[in-house]
Design a protein around this ligand. Structure first.
Ligand SMILES: *Cc1c(COP(=O)(O)O)cnc(C)c1O
Length: 642
């Protein structure tokens, strides 16, 4: 089949396969007959489908512009349900005698509405929170209602932090103070004595097991937090001396985030279970086994142990954990503790989608060549032209090398003033024509000639998206994270262009040139040709975890607009919350400008220009009010409203 045949016979399921929707989407996304990407969910057992197109028009009709971070509340609820139900099932099937109590680690998405929803919806499962700092604990105590939920305090703790946790204990909350450093124990016990409140202590264990994947360093002997087995024994002895060993109730560890391999999960739980047994044998009260985070998200949908994936499903994860714990504790005759896990990424990743409009594209296409070269064309241009005539499928590599050679030569000659600008342009255009011709041959070849593998990438279009990578997808820049990206409409049509995506910061790091694929990573993303009369939208998926507060103000692009929706069982959706993104004045004040002073200074400059006769008083009025309006405006590209 030729490329054209492939395009002509395109259909919806080819789009679904190409973009891997059913692989990474966890059942939350689908395509409708019209070729629009849709949100799929169940409300009151009724299947509901809502196209992103409708959501975007709903948002823009209400006066908000893209980029928008869309939060789908239903997904947060169903992820909490899936996690809790899966643990419940594993516990029931294996006749494990302890309960499951999940906690959400606040650092993964600290937004108030996330915590509120976890407190509200999660209450039915007694789903609690994990705080890694004083501020996070204060947020947790502000929203948590259910007193059967757990509240786990990790991180470095000062007196204030400890007092607050102890007082919350007295108020009836299950607040665990987890000892991360040996020195914390004395401070906690002293505050406990002074306040007269018994602490619920946990201890964080430094595992010897290390996980593969990006965060392999968080485990192992050199990990930053936690106590070694020797330090744990020292802590036990100190508590024994104080007669307070009954305060030690919880064992905590956190192997890594995004653990791709189930074997590492099993190994870490096994090691920690033995340690738990050891603490029981020492006489500690115990009762809670907290295995931290790490449940991975299958970002690329490949179901492998590649770092952006995972080689296990949720049920396998929960079954394996319960299985290891039951086996060890039955063998050691230890009562089954409550299982706590701190899944962050897997709980919130699906919940947010970044919606972006494409502003423009750049193509690397050749212009039509002249029939005949100008009489006086330099030799380098003639040589370049000759390559065209000689090309066939056997000598592509040679042609490519020759083209590279003459192009370099032409650049040299240009620098020494030996070819004119017009001649250089002609030569470059012939070069591009050659490269495209080579690519055309390669399209029909099964095996690419060595050295030419990256040709497609080098000829890929650039699609300019209205967003800042640094603000909205910081992990793409910082740790080479890959997120699924795809068009939200036109999925009936074949995507005929190969593209990379650039943001609108003027930073060359502000681009995405690695995309998910079931085989390996792809360097380009197939997209549709833009139409003059139609917006083209991309969705960036699984961005609910870690992206929001890590984002920064590179080039002074601020927070995007945020819209939360809840989908109802009558196919409607309600906008439950709107947060306007930063204005220009907001971001300027973050870097210590005073917007009022800026406006005043600008006004004075305009007045001076009036005095000098450069602009009229009426023009001054227009210019100054434009400046003032922009201060209040969005930091991203605005199409209308100006
Ligand atoms: C970051 C962190 C988590 C969350 O890990 P995920 O992989 O996002 O589930 C849980 N516990 C602790 C202690 C953490 O530092």
């Amino acid at each position: 089949m030729t490329q054209k045949d492939v395009w002509n016979s395109w259909n919806l399921s080819k789009s679904a396969d190409l973009y891997g929707i059913h692989e990474w989407g966890a059942g939350y996304f689908g395509i409708n007959e019209a070729g629009d990407l849709c949100i799929k969910t169940e409300v009151n057992k009724k299947p509901i489908t809502i196209p992103f197109r409708d959501i975007i028009s709903g948002i823009t009709e209400r006066g908000m512009e893209l980029p928008v971070l869309l939060r789908i509340e239903n997904f947060l609820d169903s992820q909490i349900s899936r996690l809790n139900e899966s643990f419940r099932k594993a516990i029931k099937e294996q006749a494990y005698k302890g309960a499951y109590r999940g906690v959400f680690p606040i650092k993964v998405n600290q937004q108030e509405q996330v915590l509120q929803e976890i407190a509200r919806f999660g209450g039915r499962y007694h789903h609690g929170l994990e705080a890694g700092s004083k501020a996070e604990l204060m947020a947790a105590l502000g929203v948590l209602e259910d007193k059967e939920s757990c509240l786990i305090c990790n991180g470095y703790k000062d007196e204030e932090f400890i007092d607050l946790a102890l007082n919350a204990n007295k108020m009836g909350f299950n607040v665990f103070l987890v000892i991360e450093m040996p020195s914390e124990l004395d401070l906690i016990m002293e505050r406990s004595r002074i306040l007269g409140i018994e602490p619920m202590l946990g201890v964080r264990f430094k595992l010897s097991v290390q996980a593969g994947g990006h965060w392999s360093e968080s485990g192992g002997d050199r990990s930053l937090f936690g106590l070694t087995s020797t330090q744990i024994i020292e802590a036990v002895d100190r508590l024994k001396d104080m007669g307070k060993l009954d305060c030690l109730k919880l064992l905590h560890f956190h192997l890594a985030s995004q653990i791709p391999n189930i074997r590492d999960v099993r190994q870490s739980v096994l090691e920690a279970a033995r340690l738990y047994g050891g603490l029981k044998a020492e006489g500690a009260a115990m009762g809670y086994f907290d295995l931290g985070g790490g449940l991975a998200v299958d970002y690329d949908g490949s179901q492998t142990n590649y770092m952006h994936s995972r080689n296990y499903g949720l049920d396998e994860y929960t079954n394996d954990i319960v299985d290891v714990l039951k086996t060890v504790f039955d063998e050691e005759e230890v009562p089954h503790p409550v299982i706590i896990s701190e899944s962050g990424r897997a709980t919130v990743a699906y919940y947010s989608v970044l919606l972006v409009n494409i502003l423009d594209t750049a193509r690397f296409e050749a212009l039509p060549l002249p029939e005949k070269l100008p009489e006086d064309s330099p030799e380098v241009v003639r040589n370049m032209m000759d390559i065209m005539g000689d090309m066939n499928r056997k000598n592509l590599q040679e042609c490519f090398n020759d083209a590279q050679f003459y192009r370099d030569q032409m650049h040299q000659l240009f620098k020494y003033g030996q070819v004119t600008l017009r001649e250089r342009s002609l030569c470059e255009n012939i070069y591009l024509t050659i490269i495209h011709k080579i690519q055309g041959f390669m399209g029909q070849m099964r095996r690419l000639p060595p050295g030419l593998e990256h040709l497609t990438e080098n000829l890929a279009d650039i699609y300019y998206g209205n967003f800042s990578l640094f603000q909205s997808l910081p992990d793409v820049w910082a740790i080479d994270q890959i997120f699924p990206v795809m068009p939200l409409t036109r999925l009936k049509e074949a995507p005929t262009r190969q593209a990379i995506i650039a943001d609108i910061t003027c930073d060359c790091d502000g681009q995405i040139n690695r995309f998910i694929s079931l085989k390996d990573e792809e360097r380009t993303l197939p997209l549709h040709e833009l139409k003059d009369d139609e917006e083209y939208w991309l969705g960036f998926f699984l961005v609910g975890a870690y992206q929001e507060t890590l984002g920064d103000l590179h080039n002074l692009f601020g927070d995007t607009n945020v819209v939360s929706i809840r989908i109802h069982d009558d196919q409607s959706f309600e906008i439950t919350r709107e947060l306007e993104g930063d204005s220009v004045a907001d971001v300027l004040s973050y870097v210590e400008y005073n917007p009022k002073t800026l406006l005043e200074n600008f006004r004075q400059k305009a007045e001076k220009a009036v005095k000098e006769g450069l602009i009229s008083p009426r023009e001054r009025q227009g210019i100054v009010s434009g400046y003032e309006k922009s201060l209040r405006g969005y930091t991203y590209y605005e199409r209308e409203n100006y």
